[in-house]
Design a protein around this ligand. Structure first.
Ligand code: ZN
Length: 377
């Protein structure tokens, strides 16, 4: 299995599919799956290519989700090997996307192929949801496919997202949820004027200080068994004309919250507006919700994945919800149980991104064993 995975991973890495370009990765995958009797459906939206492939019928629907797009390479001269050459050195396969996530994508595909070959009449449905728009704006990828499937009443029961979740050693971390992320662009209004005539002006910086103090120190919640407490960070702040004798007319503050399931975006918005009103601040605020939090509780999928990892690696994984957002947030909206598991994330988005070949082989075995655990009894 390892050899097949590495070969496919190399073929994928050699296609320079910088987000949202797919560069033929999905055609390559579709051709392989079609040969095994998978039903192939293309769901393109604007520049983004999406693939929805299914084998079998009925429930449970076990889906593998992944992306073919990669982040830009950065300074190419800093790479030890050309980023799209898929060089193997010792146990390591190097290249942009090796760890995030063409390696695990290849492992998921080969695992599904092997399972279907051995069990052509398996229970339920095995599906693959593959997008080329995860790393950039993520507007025309998984989110649109999920909308389409929901409109049709199609279901996903269990979903494995192949994001690189492992931290120190393969199998040490499985993500069974993610925090939500919401950003506010806040404009606090004052009255511009001469610093020598403050009574004729209204300084928005001075007015905002007590509010910002309260905003940045407010305790939103205490987290939960799976989530750290919600955290608010001010990311950008700006006011002033650059001149030392002008009181500015407006203060701009941008802040982001990574929030857990103990609060909702509605509660957050309400509380911020309450604080603004309490401090008597004239303002305008724009919110941008990039993902609601989700949590997959202990259940059939988590057990199937944890057992598979234990069996293949001997390690008992920790369940975590940290890190940025992923496409799991969209699939969870379908009511699916969603977990993320994949190789080590130490080099993702960096120069000299790489993945252990042995780990890729084990990833494939784990994904395969997960199918056995979910579909064989
Ligand atoms: Zn990724």
């Amino acid at each position: 299995m390892q050899e097949k995975i590495v070969q496919l991973a190399q073929e994928l890495i050699r296609r320079p599919s910088i987000s949202p370009n797919d560069e033929g990765c999905q055609t390559l995958i579709a051709e392989r799956l079609e040969k095994l009797g998978f039903e192939i459906e293309w769901l393109p939206f604007n520049e983004t290519l999406n693939l929805w492939a299914k084998h079998g019928a009925g429930e449970p629907v076990v889906a593998f989700a992944g992306h073919t797009d990669v982040v830009p390479v950065g300074d190419e001269h800093q790479w030890n090997y050309p980023p799209f050459s898929a060089e193997i050195v010792g146990d390591m396969l190097y290249g942009r996307g090796a760890a995030d996530m063409k390696g695990s994508l290849a492992a998921m595909i080969v695992a599904a192929e092997e399972y279907v070959k051995a069990n052509p009449h398996h229970a339920g449905t095995i599906a693959l949801l593959i997008t080329s728009d995860e790393e950039a704006v993520a507007k025309d990828g998984t989110v649109r496919v999920v909308e389409t499937l929901m409109e049709r009443g199609e279901k996903i029961t269990y979903c494995m997202v192949g994001e690189p979740s492992s931290s120190q050693i393969l199998g040490d971390v499985v993500k069974n949820g993610r925090r939500g992320s919401i950003t506010a662009n806040l404009y606090i209004q004052g009255i511009q004027g001469h610093v020598a005539y403050p009574h004729l002006a209204d300084n928005p910086i001075h007015k905002a200080l007590p509010f910002l103090q309260e905003l940045s120190s407010y305790q939103w919640d205490n987290g939960s068994a799976f989530f750290p407490p919600t955290s608010l960070q001010i990311a950008n702040i700006h006011a002033g004309t650059g001149s030392n004798n002008v009181i500015p007319g407006e203060l701009y503050v941008q802040f982001n919250l990574r929030y857990c399931t103990e609060v909702t975006d509605e509660v957050i918005k309400q509380k911020v507006v309450e604080m603004l009103e309490k401090h008597g601040l004239k303002h305008r605020i724009e919110w941008n919700l990039s993902g609601k939090p989700f949590l997959t509780k202990l259940g059939k999928l988590v057990n199937a994945v944890v057992d598979s990892i234990k069996e293949i690696t001997g390690i008992t994984p920790k369940l975590e919800t940290g890190g940025g957002t992923s496409d799991g947030r969209f699939i969870a909206l379908m009511g699916a149980e969603v977990v993320e598991f994949g190789p080590l994330n130490a080099t993702i988005h960096k120069v000299n991104e790489g993945v252990s070949i042995e780990d890729l082989g084990k990833c494939g075995q784990i994904y395969h064993q997960m199918l056995v655990n979910l579909l064989d009894n």
